[in-house]
Design a protein around this ligand. Structure first.
Ligand code: HEM
Length: 201
């Protein structure tokens, strides 16, 4: 049995539970269905960002802090990444419901920019298996590196924008933005540290 294999279903269950609680909190709280759905798009994006960052920074966390927790996260990184996919497709489902109910125009930038993000997420999820890693070789690394950074950029753009606009609660948006920047910093530091170790050998 691979380390942490028994925990591989936990991230999916956590996403479903959090999405159900979010729907329960946001839909009845608003008299208007469109407002409730808009709140739910925000909550589902917040669930997604945490699963995304955990998968994105897993190997860097293990490299700098090789603890039992970081080892478990690394061993279950594929499940955490797929749980992010599930969460973000729930975000998409809620968005479609919101735009249908409200009649608001999503706008070309969101459709093209966000659509490319979903294309990456779908391709990354479909190739998150050993067979694809073997078959695609370097193209697999390219897809998962480019896709990961592109999604990171959308999250940074969304949360940094909200922080700079001073949207309430500022502490929440500032905190999430700080985590997004920290994850990228750790990932780059781990990459440079691995490259300099290889040069020394
Ligand atoms: C990979 C693709 C995408 C990512 C990573 C993403 C991420 C986000 C994030 C981080 C938020 C802010 C949540 C918060 O306030 O805490 C958000 C909200 C939202 N997103 Fe997405 N999104 C994506 C795709 C899309 C697409 C394709 C559309 C529409 C066509 C869209 C429409 C919206 C809307 C309407 C909101 C709520 C805006 C508001 O707060 O007023 N998103 N998304």
């Amino acid at each position: 049995m691979r380390p942490g294999r028994s925990l591989s279903r936990l991230p999916f269950m956590a996403v479903l539970l959090l999405a159900a609680v979010s729907a329960w909190l946001s839909l009845p709280a608003n008299g208007d269905l469109a407002d409730g759905l808009l709140d739910l798009t925000r909550l589902t994006a917040r669930i997604s960002v945490f699963f995304f960052l955990a998968a994105f920074a897993a190997s860097a966390l293990f490299r700098f802090w090789p603890t039992r927790a970081s080892c478990l996260l690394l061993a279950n990184r594929r499940s955490v990444g797929l749980a992010f996919t599930l969460s973000h497709f729930i975000h998409l489902g809620v968005l479609i419901a919101y735009f249908t109910v409200s009649g608001e125009d999503p706008g070309l930038v969101r459709i093209v920019g966000g659509g490319l993000g979903y294309l990456f997420i779908g391709l990354m999820a479909l190739t998150s298996n050993d067979l694809s890693v073997r078959r695609l070789g370097k193209r697999w690394t390219w897809l998962h590196t480019a896709g990961g950074w592109y999604i990171w950029l959308i999250f940074l753009n969304s949360y940094l924008g909200r922080t700079l606009e001073g949207r309430e609660p500022v502490i929440l948006f500032g905190g999430i933005t700080a985590l997004i920047v920290l994850a990228a910093f750790l990932k780059l530091a781990a990459k440079f540290s691995a490259a300099s170790n290889r040069q020394k050998i």
